[in-house]
Design a protein around this ligand. Structure first.
Ligand code: PMP
Length: 358
């Protein structure tokens, strides 16, 4: 009997592997360093706003997220018409591809990069064109520009790159944008922008204002610590922002998420102090790991990349033994998030005990 069948490319969509929670261990605190989360719990004021919003969950959320749009417009000095909020920045990537790609269109992106890209591209019926990152984990922007064809609709630039770590500089992004045809949409995924400490950091919002083919995606999940509430936003040219809103799920961003995001913007200074502390921890881990003989790429997000090849799962198991869960990409390497100081200490200790590649 014939059953309804999904599109053939949907059957080939690779699974998104979420970061595993830690296994409980007798007499040992365990830490989750597998999903690039913020280890700090919500600020009291943010928690209060979220809890107050829970009292209204019998009603649908404000579908237009009016107050959140107003707060974002104020914070980033862009008109609301150039903003689009969604259930996490991953939803924005899905929406962009759904709005811009016809079946068979090409989407160029670095690889390895964020694992949701090929999934979202396949879900849109488009074709993923993967351009390998350079040996130091940076985007090969020249090769990415060269990979653009007549069929290319979208290019995804992930900065800092998850999972390898380096950030694109503003000069590199400007040079890249000068090479890409105007008809191609360039998405700058700035999920970890607040953690960047390079001398020439990308200013995505300002770049967007200069280019009608650029969209910037940001999230409340990382620096702002609201991963479970699922809220992100895009800054885009007006027609692109409109298209994003048009294809979004109605009532996606919950009342609780809207309230917590607004409260987080109000408490931004305090949240960014926490980001400074995480950056200091990241740099401490990076230094410790390098001192132990590892050649890890520059880390500009809240995570460090260990290239391990065939030893990846051994490394993940050794981390597990120490009560630390990392995110292995079998055969390639492991991504280790920056977490609590004690967790980070264990990562440095592991790097000392686990032999680095020859
Ligand atoms: N982009 C990148 C590069 C990411 O690493 C992530 C989260 N892992 C996201 C986007 C999505 O984050 P969220 O949907 O929580 O905003």
């Amino acid at each position: 009997m014939a059953h309804p069948q999904p599109r053939p490319n949907v059957l080939q969509i690779p699974a998104y592997v979420p970061g595993r929670p830690p296994t409980a261990r007798e007499g040992m605190t365990t830490f989750k360093l597998s999903s690039n989360e913020n280890p700090y719990p919500p600020l009291p004021g943010v928690l209060e706003a979220a809890v107050a919003a829970v009292g209204q969950v019998n009603r649908y959320p404000d579908m237009g997220s009016t107050a959140l749009y107003a707060a974002l417009a104020d914070r980033f000095d862009v008109p609301v018409e150039r903003l689009s909020v969604a259930t996490g920045s991953v939803a924005l990537i899905y929406q962009l591809l759904a709005a811009f790609c016809d079946p068979g269109d090409e989407v160029v992106h670095a690889w390895r990069s964020f694992e949701a890209y090929p999934i979202a591209i396949a879900a849109a019926g488009a074709v993923s064109v993967r351009v390998p990152v350079l040996a130091d984990g940076r985007h090969d922007l020249d090769a990415m520009a060269a990979a653009v064809t007549e069929r290319t609709k979208v290019v995804l630039v992930c900065t800092p790159n998850n999972p390898t770590g380096p950030a694109v500089t503003q000069a590199e992004l400007d040079a890249f944008l000068a090479q890409v045809p105007q008809r191609v949409l360039v998405v700058v995924d700035e999920a970890y922008a607040e953690f960047v400490r390079t001398p020439d950091p990308v200013d995505g919002v300002a770049t967007q204002a200069r280019h009608d083919n650029v969209v910037v995606t940001r999230t409340f999940s990382k620096a702002y610590g609201l991963a479970a509430l699922r809220v992100g936003f895009a800054v885009a040219p007006e027609p692109v922002a409109g298209a994003l809103r048009a294809v979004s799920l109605p009532f996606g961003v919950s009342t609780v998420a809207q309230a917590a995001a607004i409260a987080s913007l109000a408490a931004e200074a305090e949240l960014l102090e926490r980001v400074d502390a995480l950056v200091a921890e990241r740099d401490r881990v990076l230094a410790g790991v390098r001192e132990a003989g590892w050649r890890v790429p520059d880390a500009q997000g809240n995570f460090v990349w260990f290239e391990l090849g065939e030893r990846t799962l051994d490394f993940a198991a050794a981390a597990d033994e120490r009560g630390v869960v990392v995110r292995p990409f079998a055969g390639e390497g492991a991504r280790v998030s920056i977490g609590e100081a004690e967790a980070n200490d264990r990562v440095v200790a592991l790097a000392r005990d686990f032999p680095p590649p020859a």
